[in-house]
Ligand binder design. Structure first.
Ligand code: ADP
Ligand code: MG
Length: 606
């Protein structure tokens, strides 16, 4: 039986786990690291992903793509507020889809996420020792259909059949085995690198229902890093006696220091920072946990406010929560677990590494699908209601949020004008009453309705949601039997044809291919140069001084070595050097050729 990988595709970090008869196992590299930073960097040597790409951000901020999860399945108009957090250019692609402009081309968020997934897949294959073709991928509970489809498409581009998209809080609950022993109501508190999510789940008879979600898409570990950066920066300014703006590379270095200090303060009472200030000496500073907590408190308070409103949204009070599950690297901060514990009056679950718990839960779900684990029934629910726009711009809901999947719903609509032969159907997702306040998932047209008086046609619209939570819409005019050929593509998604094309010419391969192509061309050219030099040595070698000859032999030797190597730039440089070293020969040959030509002409002219 083929293995199904469980993948947590995070805003900051991604990782995978897989199910074994003994339970879920997290994929780690040789040094024990599970996390792959969700960063893709485009450099001269090609595309890098993960920790290497993240380190690259200092030199090349415009070509280092992070937080791409914020763009998934969105139009440029929807990401407006996010743009100021992204250093790289985001542009409107086809149909207004938010795309990243990098390395001279527009790349979709799906392709960028696919690069991260491909890295996670490759690491997993190396660790497990088998090819992996299927996966379960997690998404935030509030992700709409278009964001979920984009995630699925990213999986397909990476060569993975996405068997199920699972909500992150559901996965966290699964990792703890919650819901296997009776019904319960749980709170999942997830504080990651740049986002905070609080979800209230009701698990009843194996069905996971999202009662409420709340949070802040711009609150996380990054804000705590900023607090420490500000602390360091203000001391550097004091030291230098002037207000100064730090160049990006310095800010990035400060960020690295700040994050390391923050992480150390989770397990130690103090962290030491040493920064070389050049002429101004060194800044050495010990930051205590109290100092950090004083600065972190306001952010933690914000998260508690969101917990309060999530509870209100679910119509519950804190004492109705049976368990609290901690997710995300930042919940390792002692202040965070203390405050969350106080608020819910429960000791939060922290036994499983908070940055691995979602991947573990995805592996549990994968195990259920693969039949490894049989005793858990898991049904997912629709996170947001689905419907269509009706007369006057209202939202007509067909499937209510929290319906379990798979499910189907139909409703009959009619025409508004006499003789109307086509209707536009606008598919929406959201809880608001007006179409304009809901997310537009796409539009399609039902054509060829026989002309009838207004209100006479009976158009039946059917929404079918498969077990993956993916929507299929069909429409049929009942009197004429006319059916609309509906392929619903989310307004900011990819068509299946586009996904197929991306699978075929996956851009990382394309760039790798380009490098390979260039190497082949350069090697051919270098071969021609070497042959020409050999010929010149045979013909006019005697004109060179011993020093010129030694320099040329060295350049030729270096060129031969570079031809064996894989670095096109180094090869190109060696070619130029060899050409220059052979210049006296070339010059002499040219002279001879000129002479011959002149002589030849003379002969011809005779
Ligand atoms: P996401 O779900 O957003 O992809 P993670 O759950 O991996 O992200 O969380 C990443 C954040 O957690 C980063 O800000 C990182 O600095 C922080 N973090 C990781 N380990 C610790 C720790 N031991 N103490 C405090 N913060 C931590
Ligand atoms: Mg996460």
């Amino acid at each position: 039986m083929s293995l199904i990988l469980g993948i947590d595709l995070g805003t900051t970090n991604s990782l995978a786990a897989y199910m074994t008869p003994a339970g879920p196992v997290v994929v780690r590299d040789a040094s024990g690291n599970a996390l792959v930073p969700s960063v893709v960097a485009f450099g001269e040597g090609g595309v890098t992903v993960g920790a290497a790409a993240r380190a690259h951000a200092v030199e090349n901020p415009l070509a280092t793509i992070y937080s791409v999860k914020r763009l998934m399945g969105k139009g440029l108009a929807d990401v407006g507020g996010d743009l100021k957090y992204l250093a790289y250019p985001v542009v409107a692609g086809r149909g207004g889809m938010a795309c990243v402009k990098v390395a001279g081309r527009e790349i979709t968020p799906q392709e960028l996420s696919a690069a991260v997934l491909r890295e996670v897949k490759a690491r997993s294959e190396a660790a497990i020792g088998a090819e992996i073709r299927q996966a379960v991928i997690t998404v935030p509970a509030y992700f709409d259909d278009s964001q979920r489809q984009a995630t699925r498409d990213a999986g397909r581009i990476a060569g993975l059949e996405v068997r199920r998209i699972v909500n992150e809080p559901t996965a966290a609950a699964l990792a703890y085995g919650l819901g296997r022993k009776g019904d319960s109501t749980i709170a999942v508190y997830d504080l990651g690198g740049g986002t905070f999510d609080i979800s209230i789940l009701r698990i009843s008879g194996g069905v996971f229902q999202v009662l409420a979600t709340d949070g802040d898409t711009h609150l996380g570990g990054d804000d705590l890093d900023m607090e420490l950066i500000e602390l360091i920066a203000s001391e550097i300014r004091d030291r230098l006696g002037r207000d100064m703006a730090f160049p990006p590379a310095t800010r990035q270095a400060m960020r690295n220091f700040a994050e390391a200090a923050k992480i150390r303060l989770s397990s130690q009472d103090q962290a030491r920072i040493e920064i070389d200030l050049g002429a101004a000496g060194r800044l050495e500073r010990t930051i205590t946990r109290e100092e950090f907590e004083a600065r972190a408190a306001k952010w933690v308070d914000h998260t508690i406010e969101h917990c309060r409103s999530a509870l209100a949204g679910a119509g519950l009070t804190a004492d109705r929560i049976d368990q609290v599950v901690m997710v995300g690297g930042c919940t390792r901060i002692p202040l965070v677990s203390r405050r969350v514990g106080e608020f819910f009056a429960r000791v939060p679950y922290t036994a499983i590494n908070p940055d691995e718990v979602v991947a573990m839960g995805a592996a549990v779900q994968a195990g259920i699908l693969a039949g490894v684990q049989r005793d858990t029934l898991l049904l997912d629910v629709i996170p947001l209601s689905l419907g269509i726009e009706t007369l006057g711009g209202a939202m007509g809901k067909l499937i209510m949020r929290n319906s379990t999947v798979p499910c189907q719903a139909s409703e009959t609509f009619t025409t508004y004008a006499a003789g109307q032969t086509s209707v536009d159907i606008h598919v929406l997702q959201g809880e608001r009453e007006l179409a304009r306040d809901c997310r537009s998932l796409g539009r399609f047209q039902l054509r060829g309705i026989p002309p009838m008086p207004a209100g006479a046609p009976r158009i039946s619209v059917t929404f079918l949601i498969d077990a993956n939570g993916i929507l299929n819409v069909s429409a049929r005019e009942l009197r004429s039997g006319r059916e609309a050929g509906v392929q619903i593509t989310p307004a900011h998604g990819l068509t299946s044809g586009e996904v197929d094309a991306m699978v075929k010419e996956s851009y990382t391969h394309a760039i790798a291919d380009l490098t390979e192509h260039r190497l082949i061309d350069l090697r051919n050219e270098a071969g021609r140069i070497l042959a020409a030099i050999d010929k010149a040595v045979a013909e006019v070698g005697a004109v060179m001084s011993p020093a010129q000859r030694a320099a040329m032999d060295e350049a030729v030797g270096d060129l031969k070595a570079k031809m064996e190597g894989g670095d096109p730039d180094a090869l190109y440089a060696a070619m130029k050097a060899a050409n220059e070293a052979a210049m006296p020969l070339t010059q002499m040959q040219m002279d001879q050729v000129l002479q011959k030509t002149v002589m030849g002409r003379k002969i011809d002219e005779v």
